[in-house]
Structures are given as structure tokens and as C-alpha cells.
Design a protein around this ligand. Structure first.
Ligand code: NAD
Length: 263
């Protein structure tokens, strides 16, 4: 029985690039994939955190390499994909977990608003697109692949104070559906994992403020905030052949946030 499950959900030997893998959900996903036997390219601009994630995987008997990358740099994106393919001989899985959010001060300055919007779009949306296209040939050569994009509950519901972030996540949600159609001919599947409120640096402000912490908690059916490790199961499912007929979909790992009606 267990070997059947192990085979169905196996990521053993797969080569996975995980962006944002120095911290938070990207880190947990990279370590989870590494523990499950994948070879992990840990990609992040945070050199100390990224090296620590790769070390944690290697120390646990897995295989990982850190690649320093700033995702606003398209040349570096192409370079890293090439370096990973050279080092590991193939690319099977891409997890776009890096993300930024810059809550806006209330401002009518178009210049400030557009600077915020452009940077968010560049890191949260454009880089995932560039990486996917850069990985395509390598995934095709490997017989297929899986692209997993970390969106958000904000991909389907609005939040105040940061329309660029909401637009980036909504855009990513739909980009995955478009790419699922474009890439299926190469046996590449593209899906989204949409986290709810997860305990990472990104949500440090609302974790620290008891009123905000509890107001978010009230939206959840599962009565706790998410942990970064809560994303690992959905990632392994989407990276493995257990999901071979699943593409263009959203998996909401949100403690039921988007399902909750009246309390
Ligand atoms: N934390 C949440 O509650 C939450 C909820 C929904 C969606 N998300 C999304 O999930 C993903 C992971 O979020 P998290 O909370 O783990 O974030 P985090 O802030 O803990 O970690 C983000 C990582 O991305 C890296 N990164 C940021 N900009 C980069 C760049 N330009 N180049 C390379 N690396 C860069 C950071 O160095 C960091 O390691 C993000 O896309 C985020 O938008 C988060």
C-alpha cells in the first residue's frame, strides 16, 4: 500500500527550481521537496537565507544548490535556468513562490503609485512568466513538467490598500490558465496554490497586532493561521504524477477563508 502511494506522489529525482526559497513558504516548499527526494535549486535574492535553505536540505541528506537572483533582472533569470539545467541535466518543476507586497500609504501621487505597481508586477507576475518561458525547453526535453504559482486569496477577493498586489495575484491566477493551454503540447501543466493568511515575514505586521490577528482569524474555517509548511502537500501533489490530469487549476490552501459564509 505505502509503495503505491509513494509511487503516485513521487518527486524522487525531479529537478525543481523554487523562487523565494530563502524564507517563508518558498523555504518550506524547497525543504519539503528536498525531503521528498527532489533536487532543489534554491533561488532568491537573499544570499544568507538562500544558502541556509540549501544547507538545510543538503544536511538532511538531500540535494540542493543556492542561486542568487534578483527577479527583476530578466538576464539573470535566463542565466539561472541555464545554470540549473547544466548542473542537474534537466528541469521538471518550477515553483514561483517569491513575492513582495508594498502596502500603500494613502497617496494621490501617481508617480509613487506607479512605482509601487510596477515593482510589484515585475517581481510577483512578470518574473514568473519569464521563468516559465525560460524553463519550457528544458521541461519539454525532460518529457514534461509542472509549474506551480503561488497566488493568494487576493487572486479572487479584493483587499484594501494595495491594488497592485491584488492585480498581480489576479493576473497570475489567469496567466496560469492561459499558459496551461499554451504549454500542454509539451506536457507542461501550470497550476496555482492560493494561500490564505500564513505566518511569514510578509504578514508580520498583522501577526503582531492582536486586533488584526483576530480579525483575520475570524475569516478562517480552520481556526488557526496557516504555517508555511501547510503548502508542502499541495506542492508535492502538483509536482507529482498524482496530478497528471490537473492543469490550469487553483488549490486554495487558506483554512477555508474563501469558502466561509455567515458565522
Ligand atoms: N504570507 C501570506 O500570508 C501570503 C498569503 C497569500 C499569498 N502569499 C504569497 O506567497 C508567496 C510567498 O510569500 P511569503 O509570505 O512566504 O513571503 P516572504 O516574505 O516570507 O518570502 C518571500 C521571499 O521572496 C524573496 N524575494 C522577494 N523579492 C525578490 C526578488 N526581487 N528576487 C528574488 N527573491 C525575492 C525574499 O527574499 C523572500 O525570501 C508570495 O508570492 C506571496 O505573495 C503570501
Amino acid at each position: 500500500m505505502s509503495s503505491y502511494i509513494e509511487q503516485l506522489f513521487s518527486v524522487e529525482g525531479k529537478v525543481a527550481i523554487v523562487t523565494g526559497a530563502a524564507a517563508g513558504m518558498g523555504e518550506a516548499i524547497a525543504i519539503g521537496l528536498g525531503k521528498a527526494g527532489a533536487k532543489v535549486a534554491v533561488a532568491d535574492r537573499d544570499e544568507e537565507g538562500g544558502a541556509a535553505t540549501a544547507k538545510a536540505i543538503n544536511d538532511a541528506g538531500g540535494t540542493a544548490t543556492f542561486y542568487a537572483i534578483d527577479l527583476v533582472d530578466t538576464d539573470r533569470i535566463q542565466e539561472v535556468v541555464k545554470e540549473v539545467a547544466e548542473e542537474y541535466g534537466q528541469i521538471d518543476t518550477l515553483v514561483n513562490a517569491a513575492g513582495v507586497t508594498f502596502p500603500l500609504k494613502d497617496t494621490d501621487s501617481l508617480e509613487d503609485r506607479l512605482a509601487n505597481y510596477d515593482l510589484t508586477m515585475s517581481i510577483d507576475l512578470r518574473a514568473a512568466y519569464a521563468l516559465t518561458i525560460s524553463c519550457r525547453e528544458h521541461m519539454k526535453k525532460a518529457g514534461g513538467g509542472s509549474v506551480i504559482n503561488l497566488t493568494s486569496i487576493n487572486s479572487i477577493v479584493g483587499f484594501p490598500g494595495n491594488p497592485g498586489y491584488v492585480a498581480a495575484k489576479g493576473g497570475m491566477r489567469m496567466m496560469s490558465k492561459g499558459l496551461a493551454m499554451d504549454l500542454t503540447g509539451d506536457n507542461i501543466r501550470v497550476n496555482n496554490i492560493a494561500p490564505g493568511y500564513i505566518k511569514t515575514a510578509m504578514t508580520a505586521g498583522s501577526q503582531a497586532d492582536p486586533e488584526m490577528y483576530n480579525s483575520r482569524l475570524r475569516h478562517m474555517i480552520v481556526q488557526r493561521w496557516g504555517e508555511p509548511e501547510d503548502m508542502v502537500g499541495a506542492t508535492i501533489y502538483l509536482a507529482s504524477s498524482a496530478s497528471s490530469y490537473v492543469t490550469g487549476q487553483d488549490i486554495f490552501v487558506d483554512g477555508g477563508w474563501t469558502a466561509k459564509g455567515l458565522t
